[in-house]
Each structure stands twice: as C-alpha cells, then as structure tokens.
Design a protein around this ligand. Sequence first.
Ligand SMILES: [Zn+2]
Length: 216
Amino acid sequence: MDTVHEALRQAILSSSLRPGERLNPGDLAAQLGVSLMPVRHAIQLLAAEGLVEVRPRSGTFVASVSAKEVRETFEIRCALECLAVEKAVSNFSLADRKEMRRLCNAMSRVPRSEAEHRRHEQNNADFHRLFLEAAGNAKLLEMYASLRAHIQIAGVHAGDVDWRTRVTQEAAEHEAIVAAVEARDAAAAVEAMRRHITRSCESLARAVETKNGHAN
Ligand SMILES: [Zn+2]
C-alpha cells in the first residue's frame, strides 16, 4: 500500500499529475496494476498531506494553490524560519555549522541532470531543516510540517522556472545566511533569511499567477 502512496506522491511532485487534474481511482489502479483498495487508501493519505483534494459529489483532484495562498503560506513560513535561524545562531553545534556550510557549498553548483536536480532539492530541504531542528521547539516543527504540502504544490507550479537564474540567486542568499550564522550575528541571519524567503515567495507567486493565467 505504501508503494502506491509513494508512486502517486511522486507523480504529483514531479507534475506527471498536474495541479487541478482529476484523479480516477479505477484508471490509477489499472495503470499501477493494483486493486482499487490500495489506491483509495493512498488517496486518503495524500488528502491528509494536502496533496489532493476530495470534493464531495464532484471527485478527487490534485491540489492546486492560488498566488494568494502561496503568499499566505510563505508569510507564516518566513516568521517560523526567522525565529528558527535566530535560535540556531546560539544553538548550533560545531557539527551543525559544518553541515550548514557543506550543504550551502553543494547548492552553489547548477544541477545538470535530473538526478542532480533531485539532489539539489534534497540539499535545500536539509539546509532549511537544520535551522528548524536546532531551534529545539517541537511546536515550531509541527507548524512547519503543516505548511509543507502547500510549499511543495507551489513548487510544482514553478517547475518550469529557469534553473540557472534561480540557483545563482538562491546560492547568494544562502551564502548570506551562512556567513551571518558563522559570524554569530543573529540580527543579520534573521534579515538574510527574511530576504531569501520573501524573494522566493514572490517568484513562486508570480509563477503560479502565470500558470493560472493571471499574469501581471
Ligand atoms: Zn533556500
């Protein structure tokens, strides 16, 4: 059952199934060569994660987000990550600092294959998670996890954004965060994190507007 869940999850996150697309459990079961039951179970799990929407009397759809939802989600994300990085400045162990520097350097290279691309995304998630975990606040982690599906769906919309530009910009922003944490300058670290998340929010929101046909 977990395999079906993982297969559908990957199909959504890699956008083989597009935001807003209707899911037919019968077709999915046939495609995956399984019975209906594991597909229904997987859909329930995906709905709980916020990756699909079950609309009564209408059907099941891949979740989609509006630009407004992206901005609302990132406003909260920004508050949580600024709090996390502020605490990380004093809470980080030597090992955390080394890991932060390693991930930051690894992400400065532009991915040239699908595998490198996935590695890059994973490094980025690990980088941000390092600060959240160092904050040592379980409620903070819980709130962050509840935003995750929205952030991921927004990323699916923005999948076509030019990679080279995005990676170069992100690398400079990550470097500013790392330099401030290394200098143990909490105010500068918070400011660098705020700039990074605010800028990525705007580029995602614009990508979503373009995809949804409300470019401005
Ligand atoms: Zn980042």
